[in-house]
Design a protein around this ligand. Structure first.
Ligand code: FAD
Length: 430
């Protein structure tokens, strides 16, 4: 039985394939097509939505991983599609390169991360898929297709963020940057003060985000500035990192959430205590050590992308909905930002974007809360993260994606028999 990280999907694939070469990928796709079986590549299983659900042939690209080529001049790096993000820094270190921006974990595979539009924060920076300059994939007819750098450039904006619906990615070329450090300031602040100066703070920072713990009037802010590699580096001591990131952010959070799940009335007090104990630290370190953290407390998540200039109104509406409801929400609401990009199915397509993410502790029913927030986000032209929970269908999504029909046509061309479709993709693509 295969289960995703968030325990929202469980499926028993008819067969699991672990190809070690591109030719083996071609062969398994042709074999599955001949047998009339669905095929689905999976990465690290870190999507909360059922986008990676494979009840036919499940394909692990773990053996197609690692560094395949580096062009130091253009800073373009080709990786096997199954490469885990956590392995990328060590692969790039000898070349003095790093990925431009990352989300808040690094467990994902490169192909999985780009296929759902994984992003970090920073109004001047785009998601990981927008850093892709080339890709090689095996289509539904078993052909090898090169797009971008050494192939068809017109297809790159579709293939770089293809939901796993266009083929099996075997190689991905990413434009990197010179390795850099991040200088981080993390602290609890009054929520109203953060909201009152939000646009200025987002504009002044390379990577700004905040977490609001419901039932409190405080926010935890994170403000990361890009600085030259090694310059005045002052990393957290191992003891401080253990205290903050292991004990508080994982072990104590889990214990607090268990208490909150058992006795919901304690949640406001618990949230206030967590905010009091958290944050207030300044340090600098290698970018990847600052961008990403370990998440050991299981939760569910829904995240919506909205135009950045609507974030205050949308956030206020979420706050009102929580205070009007009887819910006791122990996990924070997270607000992040990204620059516009031109990928056809990117949640940041054509607009400067704010992301509002809501979470619930594992074992709690997220649906009433998430559905309420979803209905708020729709009023702001919201686009759901493809890898997180949501209830939208193709008919709702087409109006918010100008290239939706083009994507559908390309999908039908590259995968005429719908080999790569699963129930989630049929729902969102129609
Ligand atoms: C704790 C946690 C933290 C997270 N933090 C963030 C965050 O900060 N920002 C953010 O945006 N998201 C975040 N996510 C969501 C996560 O980044 C995405 O769901 C991502 O897609 C997961 O990558 P994966 O390798 O696990 O892919 P999977 O979930 O295994 O697969 C996702 C999709 O990629 C496709 N795919 C995988 N490999 C291939 C391939 N070789 N060829 C074609 N298609 C392929 C699958 O078929 C599927 O459609 C988080 C998730 C978790 C659980």
């Amino acid at each position: 039985m295969w289960r995703n990280w968030g325990r929202t999907v469980a499926v028993r694939p008819a067969r699991v394939e672990r190809p070690g070469t591109v030719d083996e990928v071609v062969a398994l796709v042709r074999r599955a097509a001949a047998e009339g079986m669905a095929v689905k590549a999976v990465g690290a299983g870190h999507s909360f939505s059922a986008i990676a659900e494979a009840d036919g042939v499940q394909v692990s690209l773990d053996a197609l991983s690692g560094l395949l080529a580096v062009d130091r001049g253009t800073r373009e790096v080709t990786l096997g599609a199954g490469t885990r993000l956590r392995d990328v820094p060590a692969l790039l270190a000898p070349y003095g390169l790093a990925m431009e921006n990352l989300g808040d974990i690094d467990a994902q595979s490169v192909a999985g991360a780009i296929s759902t539009g994984t992003h970090g924060t920073g109004a001047g920076f785009r998601g990981i898929a927008a850093q892709v300059v080339g890709a090689v994939l095996v289509t539904g007819t078993g052909e090898i297709l090169r797009v971008g750098r050494d192939g068809d450039p017109a297809l790159l904006p579709a293939v770089a963020l293809g939901l796993g619906a266009l083929g099996i990615l075997v190689e991905v070329t990413i434009r990197c940057v010179d390795a850099f450090d991040l200088s981080a300031v993390e602290r609890p602040e009054p929520l109203d003060a953060v909201l009152g100066s939000l646009s200025e703070r987002v504009a002044a920072s390379d990577h700004f985000e905040f977490f609001w713990f419901p039932h409190t009037d405080r926010a935890l802010t994170k403000d990361n500035a890009r600085v030259p590699l090694g310059e005045g580096r002052s990393p957290l001591s191992p003891a401080r990192r253990w205290l903050d990131d292991d004990l508080l952010a994982n072990d104590m959070l889990r214990a607090a959430c268990v208490v909150g799940r058992t006795i919901p009335a304690t949640v406001p007090w618990i949230n206030r205590s967590i905010v009091r104990l958290s944050g207030d630290r300044a340090y600098s370190d290698l970018s990847t050590h600052v961008f990403t953290t370990q998440r050991r407390v299981r939760f569910t998540e829904m995240e919506y992308a909205i135009p950045a200039d609507l974030v205050l109104d949308a956030f206020a509406a979420v706050r009102r909905a929580i205070s009007r409801s009887g819910w006791r929400i122990s996990f924070p609401v997270e607000v992040r930002f990204a620059a516009a990009d031109d990928l056809w199915l990117s949640t940041a397509h054509g607009r400067a974007t704010a992301y509002i993410a809501v979470h619930r502790f594992g074992g709690e029913d997220p649906e009433p809360y998430f559905r309420t927030v979803e209905s708020i986000m729709l009023a702001y032209g919201g686009r759901p993260h493809w890898g997180k929970m949501h209830w939208r269908e193709a008919g709702d999504l087409a109006p918010v994606y100008p290239r939706f029909e083009d994507f559908g046509r390309l999908r039908a061309q590259l995968d005429p028999d719908g080999l790569f479709l699963n129930p989630y993709l049929r729902r969102v693509l129609g």
